[in-house]
Design a protein around this ligand. Structure first.
Ligand code: C5P
Length: 410
C-alpha cells in the first residue's frame, strides 16, 4: 500500500477530468485512489465543471481541484509544477476532444498544459458514445498517442447516456485504480523487461547492380508486431528490409537494423539472437538467391541463365541454437492446401508459434493493412484470428507468446 511516511511520500497522481457525462464517475475514482493511499491532485477541464463541481473534488482530494491556468494564487506556474511532480497522470473520462488536443500537442487549458509539461506515464480512460468512439479520427489519435507511450484503458460495452447501449462506457473505477496501481508500481505491460527481435519485409537478392529478386511483402505485419511489443513494454530490435517511413513514430523507440539480402538478414539475426527472449520472423525471406553479375546484364545478350541457390533457413538455424525459454515465432504464406502445408511447416521448423497466412484471401497477407491468420501453437490447439488490422493481429500473436514465456525470470 503506498501510504506516505516521512521517508517515502505517497506517490502523486494528477487526476484529469474532461467534460463528459462520465465525469461523475471520476469522483469515485478519486475516492478510491485516496483510499489506496495516493496523493491526488485533480484538474478539471472547464467543460467538466458543467457536469461536476470542483468543490466535490476539492473535498475528497489531497489538494484543491484546479481548472484554470491562471487562477491559482498559490501556484504561479501550475502546469509545470503539477506535471513535473506527478508519478502518474490519469485522465478519466478522456473525451474525444481531450484526446484530439493531446494528440495534436495543444495546451489550451490547465489539463492539456499539464499533460504537455510532464514526462510521467499517462493513463487515458476514454468514455464517449459508440459513434464517437468508432470515429477513425478518435482511433487514429489514440494510435498516435499509444505510439508515444501513452497507456489507454479501453472503454467497456454497456449502457450509455440517453438510453443507448454499446462500446464507450468508462472502464469501472476499480479497474482504473488497479491499472493506476500497477503503473505506479512499475508495471508497463506483459512484455516489460523482455527483449524482442522482429524481422520485417521482403529480402532483395541482386541479380546485377540494377535488378533484384524479391517478393510482395510490405513489412506492415512485422512493423505492427514491433510496435505492439513496444507498447507491451518490450525492448524491440527490428531487422527490416523496408522503408523506415512506414513507421516514423515507431522508430524513435525501436532499434532498427537495415538489411537487404537473406544472407545479411541471417547474419544480423543470428548475431542478435542469443540476447533475445522472443524472436518473430515476420520477414518474407527469399528462399533462393543468385550470384550477382558485377555489371548490368545486357538485354542484347538474350535472357540470362540464372543459377538459383537455396538461402540458409534462418528459422531452422535459430531453433537449432535456441536458448532455454526463448520463444520463436515463424510465419507461413501459403496459397494451396493451406492447413496441411502449414502443419508440416510447423513440424519441420520446430517453432513455438506459426502464423499462417492464406495469401489468396482478399484483404489478407502481403501489401494489405488487414490480415486474417491461423495460429499453430506448441501445446495448444490451432486458433483462427478473423480479419482485423495488422496491429490487432500482432496483439493476438504476442498474447500467445506471453503465455509461452517462462515467468519470473525477468
Ligand atoms: O519455408 P518458408 O519460407 O515458407 O517459411 C517462412 C518462415 O520462415 C518465415 O517466418 C520466414 O521469415 C522464415 N524463413 C527463414 N529463412 C529463410 C526463409 C524463410 O527464416 N531462408
Amino acid at each position: 500500500m503506498p501510504f506516505a511516511t516521512p521517508d517515502s511520500p505517497a506517490p502523486r497522481i494528477v487526476l484529469g477530468v474532461a467534460g463528459g457525462i462520465a465525469a461523475y464517475k471520476a469522483v469515485e475514482v478519486l475516492r478510491r485512489l485516496r483510499d489506496a493511499g495516493y496523493h491526488v491532485a485533480p484538474i478539471l477541464t472547464p467543460d467538466a465543471t458543467r457536469f461536476v463541481a470542483p468543490l466535490t473534488f476539492s473535498a475528497l482530494a489531497s489538494e484543491p481541484a484546479r481548472v484554470g491556468l491562471y487562477d491559482d494564487p498559490e501556484l504561479a506556474i501550475p502546469h509545470t509544477t503539477l506535471g513535473q511532480s506527478a508519478d502518474l497522470i490519469v485522465v478519466a473520462p478522456a473525451t474525444a476532444h481531450l484526446i484530439a488536443r493531446f494528440a495534436a500537442g495543444l495546451a489550451d487549458d490547465l489539463l492539456t498544459a499539464t499533460l504537455m509539461a510532464s514526462a510521467s506515464p499517462v493513463l487515458l480512460c476514454p468514455a464517449m458514445h459508440t459513434e464517437m468512439w468508432e470515429q477513425p479520427s478518435v482511433q487514429e489519435n489514440l494510435a498516435t498517442l499509444r505510439r508515444r507511450g501513452v497507456l489507454v484503458l479501453e472503454p467497456e460495452r454497456g449502457h450509455l447516456a440517453g438510453g443507448d447501449e454499446g462500446a464507450g462506457r468508462l472502464a469501472e473505477p476499480s479497474t482504473i485504480v488497479e491499472m493506476a496501481r500497477r503503473i505506479v508500481a512499475g508495471y508497463r505491460g506483459a512484455l516489460t523487461g523482455r527483449r524482442v527481435l522482429v524481422t520485417a519485409g521482403g529480402t532483395r537478392e541482386p541479380i546485377d547492380p540494377v535488378r533484384v529478386i524479391t517478393n510482395r511483402s510490405s513489412g506492415r505485419q512485422g512493423y505492427a508486431i514491433a510496435e505492439v511489443a513496444t507498447r507491451l513494454g518490450a525492448s524491440v530490435t527490428l531487422v527490416t528490409t523496408t522503408d523506415r517511413s512506414l513507421a516514423i513514430d515507431v522508430v524513435r523507440r525501436i532499434e532498427v537494423v537495415d538489411v537487404v539480402t537473406a544472407a545479411e538478414m541471417r547474419d544480423r539475426v543470428l548475431e542478435l539472437a542469443p540476447s533475445m527472449d522472443v524472436i518473430v520472423m515476420a520477414a518474407a525471406v527469399a528462399d533462393f538467391t543468385v550470384d550477382p553479375a558485377p555489371n548490368k546484364l545486357k538485354k542484347a545478350a538474350g535472357p540470362p541463365e540464372l543459377a538459383l541457390v537455396a538461402t540458409p533457413d534462418i528459422l531452422v538455424e535459430l531453433v537449432g541454437s535456441r536458448r532455454d525459454g526463448q520463444v520463436i515465432v515463424g510465419f507461413a504464406a501459403e496459397s494451396t492446401d493451406v492447413i496441411a502445408n502449414a502443419q508440416s511447416k510447423f513440424e519441420r521448423k520446430g517453432v513455438d508459434v506459426l502464423v499462417v497466412n492464406d495469401v489468396m484471401t482478399p484483404g489478407a497477407g502481403f501489401e494489405s493493412t488487414t490480415n486474417e491468420v491461423r495460429l499453430l501453437l506448441r501445446d495448444h490447439d490451432p486458433v483462427t484470428v478473423s480479419m482485423r488490422s495488422k496491429g490487432d493481429v500482432a496483439l493476438e500473436v504476442l498474447t500467445r507468446v506471453v503465455a509461452l514465456l517462462p515467468q519470473g525470470d525477468q
